[in-house]
Design a protein around this ligand. Structure first.
Ligand code: E4P
Length: 298
């Protein structure tokens, strides 16, 4: 009887924003699915994969991996997660640094897309990442453009993914903008507002969620999707799975990010897609990835 009551309660609280688990451990995803009754999707990244319990154990025991072994481990992890999640799919991020070419990213992306039936390939919001995404969508590969910190980057994502068969995702990072004193949720709202004038082929996936307030605010501003660490989803469940009502208010964490009028129809190469946090983010993902590998013989 208790289970029936719990099930009824869970099924009534599903928000319109789709919820993804932000992690790299299938057991964690399974536990969150048991807790919430559903998980719409999953995002992973090189830092989260480096923290996967099996990879951590290997590395701590002194067994560093070759690039091929790391890719094999990553594939094993996403194959275990794939059947646990709904139609928002599993985002798999290409490995690369600031020198990685679009061609190299695309080759990885094409391989990763074949790992599971519900894959989204994550490319960074850099010029090379956008070129790789542009080529990918032409070939029917679903994409998620990550490390987005500006409205212009999101406009470039719109241009580069035009014509995609499945919706593309863009991932604005709320917490990392908060960290530099800017109100990260404003970027999510601004991108939603800009895309409202478009054709709907890009969905906004709010990322870098650090608190329950972030999560509730994403529901309130109607983010299409939100990717959330298990710890915050547990807090949400402990609080009784609340949804924001008319009285909900959010305490901004930094200075306001103003909306800009941007013509989405321009060629994406015309947008200024530089952002220091994108550069730092690529470097950090590359460093976390390399920390799991045998040093390359030079
Ligand atoms: C998910 O796609 C992102 O990689 C993740 O949300 C980043 O979160 P962080 O800024 O807390 O590392």
């Amino acid at each position: 009887m208790q289970n029936e009551i719990d099930h009824r309660k869970r099924s009534t609280v599903r928000p319109r924003t789709r919820i993804l688990v932000d992690g790299g451990d299938p057991e964690e995803t399974r536990a969150i699915k048991d807790l919430l009754g559903f998980v719409d999707g999953q995002t992973t990244n090189p830092s989260l994969i480096a923290k996967n319990p099996e990879i951590l154990e290997l590395v701590h025991a002194g067994h560093k991996l070759t690039e091929q072994q790391e890719a094999d481990e990553y594939r094993k992890i996403v194959r275990a997660i794939s059947p646990l999640v709904g139609e928002a799919g599993v985002s798999i991020e290409v490995f690369g640094d600031l020198k990685t070419t679009a061609e190299r990213m695309y080759q990885q992306g094409r391989d990763m897309f074949s790992w599971i039936p519900n894959a989204y390939v994550k490319y960074p919001c850099t010029s090379e990442g956008l070129k790789a995404a542009e080529r990918s969508v032409r070939e029917g590969i679903r994409v998620n453009l990550t490390l987005c910190f500006s409205q212009e980057q999101a406009a470039a994502v719109y241009g580069a993914t035009r014509g995609t068969t499945a919706p593309a995702y863009v991932s604005p990072f709320i917490g990392r903008l908060d960290d530099i004193g800017q109100n990260g949720v404003d970027l999510v709202s601004n991108i939603k507002r800009m895309y409202a004038r478009g054709d709907g082929h890009v969905l906004v996936l709010a990322a870098s969620i650090r608190s329950l307030a972030h999560l509730l605010c994403c529901f309130a501003i109607d983010a299409d999707l939100v990717t959330v660490p298990a710890k915050i989803l547990r807090e949400w469940a402990d609080a009784g799975l609340p949804l924001p009502d008319a009285t909900f208010s959010y305490d901004p964490k930094g200075t306001r990010i103003d909306y800009r009028e941007i013509d989405l129809e321009q060629p994406w190469q015309r947008f200024n897609i530089e952002h220091e946090l994108t550069t730092k983010g690529v470097e950090k993902f590359a460093a976390d990835y390399r920390a799991t590998l045998y040093p390359k013989a030079s």
